[in-house]
Design a protein around this ligand. Sequence first.
Ligand SMILES: Cc1cc2nc3c(=O)[nH]c(=O)nc-3n(C[C@H](O)[C@H](O)[C@H](O)COP(=O)(O)O)c2cc1C
Length: 364
Amino acid sequence: MYKLLRALLFRLDAETSHRLTFTALRLLYRLPGVSPTVRAVYARRVPSLPVSVMGLTFSNPVGLAAGLDKNAEHVQSLADFGFGFLELGTVTPRPQPGNPRPRMFRLVAHAALINRMGFNNVGAAKFLVNLAAQGKPCPIGINIGKNRDTPMERAADDYLSVLNAVYRLADYIAINISSPNTAGLRDLQQEQNLEALLSALKTGQAALAEKHGRYVPIALKIAPDLDDTQIAAIARLVQKHRFDAVIATNTTIARPGLEREPLAHQAGGLSGRPLKPLATEIIRKMYAHLQGKVPIIGVGGVETADDAWEKLVAGADLVQVYTALIYQGPHVVSEIARGLAERVRQSGCRSLPEAVQQARKQRG
Ligand SMILES: Cc1cc2nc3c(=O)[nH]c(=O)nc-3n(C[C@H](O)[C@H](O)[C@H](O)COP(=O)(O)O)c2cc1C
């Protein structure tokens, strides 16, 4: 079914087909019975694979990565696909249009995308109205960023302002300092800048936890284009400032294996299959520093249960998917979860974390 739809959609520009699909889905969801039907087709096929991370319980470890539902408009339908959690956003304090189109490209031969969307979003106020109207069918992460026209030296103000705004409705909050499509953003990953930002966010989180009587964990989303020194510095700082998780990784500015791909020159972040080894390597290195003291959400090129398993064994506690959803359709979620459940069964362990732990030990 999705193959047929994909054949039609892939004739259109990438962003247009994305919009068309989700607008159609939103309209369909106004009809009674659609949500239970989608759930029966997709979510019901997802086995129970509970994982506890950041003090939250996830019914399965396969989440939606940030950027697909930037405005919190499709929460119910995405949950009906069977995701164990959804990361919405990136949302910025004020609305902004993002970069001029075209800004998303399909590299079909490589099951990849290049995007330079530039945080197009409706802004925090409208985002919250959208989210509040939809309820929370599964744990919701909210990914936050800075507006393009906020000067870099005031970046922390933007993060704090959205942190404040979204805190109440979030199960966790992801700090995006790794998008390649907002000038200067990734410089926040440099040690001095990061120290100041993490400290400010931690202070903000403590005040909000007090005010709302609820601790909402914060995760830091990092780029795959980091050298060993930068990885070590980030690992040190997330521990020092007691961050609750690291999300590894965002899209890459590198073009690994794309020498003969005509669209490779397009500016932006590369996601999907070519990102896979790079992202897994960052997870492995980050885990070597963190040793499980700070959990990792692994993302980048996850297409199959084997890919998800590799990320988990490399050090991830949860995984996320974006590009594979575009190429394979919603059934990718249950395929991955079922494959992971099979791994657990074969291992003789009683839970996914136990099976992953056993595999990590065996790999030494
Ligand atoms: C079109 C597009 C838009 C994205 N937008 C965001 C975003 O707004 N915030 C963010 O943190 N990551 C964003 N990402 C990155 C994804 O969340 C994810 O980290 C990356 O695509 C790697 O996962 P994948 O290979 O499964 O796609 C975007 C990715 C794509 C393809």
